[in-house]
Design a protein around this ligand. Structure first.
Ligand code: CA
Length: 253
């Protein structure tokens, strides 16, 4: 049983190690992660079930959370994700077993930022942890990770500012004229900056039952948005594609 254990492995070379809360019940996995992530300089905290993860989350306020989807004790990784999301926008990576890909979509819908599928390589996991923690710059509140509202009620995410009341969009200080659905789509992405939105969520929220025709409609709109807001639409830096899942607004180009 590893519930509540705070395995600490501090690496060299960083003044402030990124702290990672891991919720995982398989001992062999816990050991591999503690050693592997410790070696990379992360500060590792381990919880062996969902309740322990929620307790530990409150006490250590980690920079990143790594949640196994299948946890013992009746509180699943998804439940933990949902609970954390109710109060925090800390980056969350879900870990799922092979063959459970259907649940990765659910994971993203309950607020996970990314997911990895077991078995994965340590290098891949480290890269993802670094990527999500970059979106949550240290020294600022987690709430400031993605978009924020300014005093005028505009939503600001990096180079893009959306004014929901006036239905206007400014990119790098210049107003960009968008069609209605393009505006709705961009607003939704910007409000959720840093987070993956699945195709289903985007289609449902932007078009709802109006969505007719083939599934390319979403991609066509994304393409048009990119041509208007990206510095280089061929290599989009603001609206990025998460293959097979959906799109994410990166915030800064
Ligand atoms: Ca498990």
């Amino acid at each position: 049983m590893v519930a509540g254990r705070t395995g600490v492995a501090r690496g060299e070379g960083e003044d402030h190690a990124i702290s990672v809360l891991i919720a995982e019940d398989e001992e062999s996995f816990v050991d591999a992660l503690t050693v592997g992530l410790g070696r990379e300089g992360f500060l590792v905290h381990v919880a062996g079930d969902g309740n322990a993860a929620l307790e530990l989350f409150k006490s250590v306020a980690p920079d990143v959370v790594l949640l196994d989807q299948m946890l013992p004790g009746g509180v699943s990784g998804l439940d933990v994700c949902r609970s954390i999301r109710a109060t925090s926008s800390v980056p969350i990576i879900m870990v799922t077993a092979k063959g459970e890909e259907i649940d990765t979509v659910v994971a993203l819908e309950v607020g996970a930022d990314d997911y990895v599928i077991k078995p994965f390589r340590m290098r891949e996991l480290v890269a993802r942890i670094r990527a999500v923690s970059r979106r949550s710059p240290r020294g600022t509140s987690h709430e400031e990770r993605g978009a924020e509202r300014n005093e005028a009620g505009q939503i600001v995410a990096g180079e893009v500012t959306v004014d929901p009341d006036q239905r206007r969009v400014y990119v790098r200080g210049q107003e960009v004229r968008l069609r209605r659905k393009e505006f709705d789509l961009l607003s939704l992405l910007v409000e959720n900056a840093g987070r993956v939105l699945t195709r289903d969520v985007l289609i449902d929220r932007v078009w709802g039952s109006d969505y007719i025709g083939d599934t390319k409609t979403l991609d066509v709109h994304i393409k048009r948005l990119r041509s208007q807001i990206e510095r280089n639409p061929v290599e989009p830096a603001l609206i990025t594609t998460v293959r097979g899942v959906g799109y994410r607004f990166a915030g800064t180009g």
